[in-house]
Each structure stands twice: as C-alpha cells, then as structure tokens.
Write a protein that binds this ligand. Structure first.
Ligand code: HEC
Length: 193
C-alpha cells in the first residue's frame, strides 16, 4: 500500500530546514596582528653642508620590536635600506613597516652643518681685508663676498688672487693668512671644512 506523507508535514519540514539553514553565523573578526607589537624607532642624522649644489644630509633609521622591517620617507615607497641620503635641511616623516604590515613613524629634522674652522678663518680674513671693495654690497671685479656661499663658490679665485698671485687685497696678506687660505683649500674648501 502506498503511503502518502501529508503535504502539511512536508511543508513544515521544509520551513524548519529553512529556519535552521538561515541561522546567522557570526565570523569572528581576524585578530589584529599589530596588537601585541610595539615598534620603537631611533635615528641618526648627518647634517647637510650649506652652499653645495647637492644636499648631503642623511637619516639612518633603526627599528626594534619586530622583524622584517622596511623603511620609507614622507609616506613614500618602502625600501629595504634604512639609510636615506641626499637630504636637504628640513623635517622628514620617517616610517617603518614590519613583516606583518605594522607601521610606526617618527619625525626627524635634518639641519645645516656648522661652519668649519678653516672656513671660519677665511671668513674672518675676508671680513677684515676685503673691505668695501667686495663687502657691504661692494662688487669690484664683479666679486661680492657678503654671503658665506659667495666665499665658498669663489674659493679658487680667492686662492689664486690672495695666495698664488698675492695681489688681493692690493696691499697683500701676511704669511699666516695665506696659510689659512691654503689650509681651507686643501681641506676641501667647503663651508663645513
Ligand atoms: C681696495 C679694494 C680691494 C680690496 C681691499 C680687495 N680687492 Fe679684490 N678686487 C679689487 C678690484 C678693483 C678688482 C678688479 C680688478 C682685478 O681683478 O684686479 C678685484 C678683483 C678681485 C677678484 C676677482 C678677479 C679674479 O681674478 O677672479 C677676487 C676673487 C678678489 N678681488 C678677491 C679679493 C679678496 C679675497 C680680498 C680680501 C682678502 C680682496 N679681493 C680685497 C679691489 C679690492
């Protein structure tokens, strides 16, 4: 004999199935991989030398507290080297990222190198011996030496006229002053030398 299952039972069975299969399952949010990571940054800075055509400042970042670090500057592309060179004086936001993508930033300032002892000697010779011919707006021979960078850029002509030829200033310099100019030239004739 053929058994028939009443339609109402079938329907309630179907509804039950639907009820259970529609039960909302909550997927737990993935744990934050950076929650227990504390990255610490330190830095070392090399100042840039004023008056040079290429900035020479640099920042080296050292990070600890995790592994697989890469480094960036001002939100730029992350790189494997922790040293950034060719930096002008200014403020930079340095960033590190670890193996899990956890990041940390630090604001770092690059300053200007101070005047070196040899340059300081030459500047004081210029101040005392080159007078209004080349200072205070003076421009004899199209040379004005008011700005530190003008002294730096004219290093070779200062050397020729004051030391090799010895006819600048017109009354000449003494041996000590000439030796000081020579020392600056030999040291590299930069602002920082
Ligand atoms: C009394 C004025 C006077 C004084 C002081 C003087 N100069 Fe001059 N200088 C001149 C004149 C004028 C010229 C242009 C004629 C020439 O080149 O000889 C000149 C030209 C120069 C030039 C450009 C010419 C070149 O060969 O490139 C340099 C560099 C220079 N002087 C350096 C100096 C320095 C450095 C001092 C100081 C240590 C100095 N002078 C002191 C008058 C002066």
């Amino acid at each position: 004999m053929k058994k028939t299952i009443p339609f109402s039972i079938l329907l309630s069975g179907l509804m039950l199935t639907m009820f259970f299969s529609c039960k909302k399952t909550t997927t737990p949010a993935p744990a934050d991989p950076c929650l227990n990571t504390t990255i610490t940054i330190s830095n070392s800075v090399v100042t840039t030398v004023p008056c040079e055509s290429t900035p020479s400042g640099s920042i080296t970042i050292t990070a600890s507290g995790s592994t697989g670090f890469t480094y960036n500057k001002n939100g730029g592309v992350y790189q494997s080297s922790n040293t950034f060179t060719g930096l002008a004086a200014g403020v930079y936001t340095m960033g590190v990222k670890d193996v899990n993508g956890c990041t940390k930033t630090q604001v770092v300032s690059v300053g200007n190198a101070t005047a070196g002892p040899n340059f300081t000697n030459v500047k004081s010779i210029v101040s005392s011996k080159c007078g209004n011919c080349h200072l205070n707006g003076g421009n004899d021979g199209s040379v004005n030496l008011d700005a530190d960078c003008s002294i730096v850029s004219k290093w070779d002509r200062i050397n020729v006229r004051c030391v090799s030829q010895g006819n600048m200033p017109p009354q000449g310099l003494n041996a000590t002053q000439k030796a000081q100019i020579t020392a600056w030239v030999n040291a590299g004739h930069k602002f920082s030398d």
